[in-house]
Design a protein around this ligand. Structure first.
Ligand code: BEZ
Length: 194
């Protein structure tokens, strides 16, 4: 059973007395916001790569058939592109609840396209969490995503939502786009058979 990280995240109170805090989004936070924010800006964080290596038992899959969602994996020199949201710290409780399936708040430096940087937060699911699935080929990840559905909807909608949002931002992510290509070719084959 995946561990609930809400209690641990509550202890990370670094920004509680700030009037606002920057939150870096690299997954569902890019295409499914669902919380109020003061401002949002394209941004990136260094030395992390986005990977579909986290199991989703509560949103895009089930306990018996977990889906796959993104987390960040340390990689020296890599830049992970996403969107930073300026929020009031009370919003963090909502996000802790929504992402309680293994994600922990981490302090990070967030870089903006105008060259400025700010200290903020990012949620990361590390390999220590029980829902972590780890690496697989992009083809196998696409197969698992194609077969998974959870309370928040089909896992493939998460993948295509993320890929489209990255394209709209004008950002490349070979891992995400390769999984999307595999998924599309699987769908094309199904249509040919029908
Ligand atoms: C994000 O989109 O940045 C995000 C992904 C997983 C958990 C929390 C946030």
């Amino acid at each position: 059973m995946p561990a609930d990280t809400t209690a641990i995240n509550k202890l990370m109170d670094r920004f509680n007395d700030h009037s606002s805090v920057w939150l870096f989004g690299y997954g569902s936070l890019i295409f499914k916001v669902g919380f109020p924010f003061v401002e949002r800006r394209p941004a990136y964080i260094m030395n992390w790569s986005r990977r579909f290596w986290q199991g989703s038992y509560d949103h895009r899959g089930t306990l018996d058939a977990p889906g796959r969602v993104v987390t960040l994996i340390p990689q020296a020199g890599a830049a992970c592109e996403g969107i930073a949201y300026l929020i009031t710290p009370d919003i963090l409780e909502q996000i802790d609840f929504r992402e309680k399936n293994g994600y922990l708040r981490l302090c990070t430096e967030i870089a903006f396209e105008d060259g400025t940087v700010a200290e903020g937060l990012v949620y990361i699911a590390t390999e220590e969490n029980t829902a972590f699935l780890g690496p697989a080929t992009e083809l196998d990840i696409a197969r698992q995503i194609a077969a998974s559905v959870g309370p928040s909807g089909p896992n493939k909608d998460y993948l295509t939502g993320l890929a489209e949002a990255l394209r709209e931002l004008g950002k490349e992510d070979q891992h995400v786009f390769e999984i999307e290509r595999h998924l599309m070719s699987m769908q094309d084959k199904v249509e040919l058979v029908i």
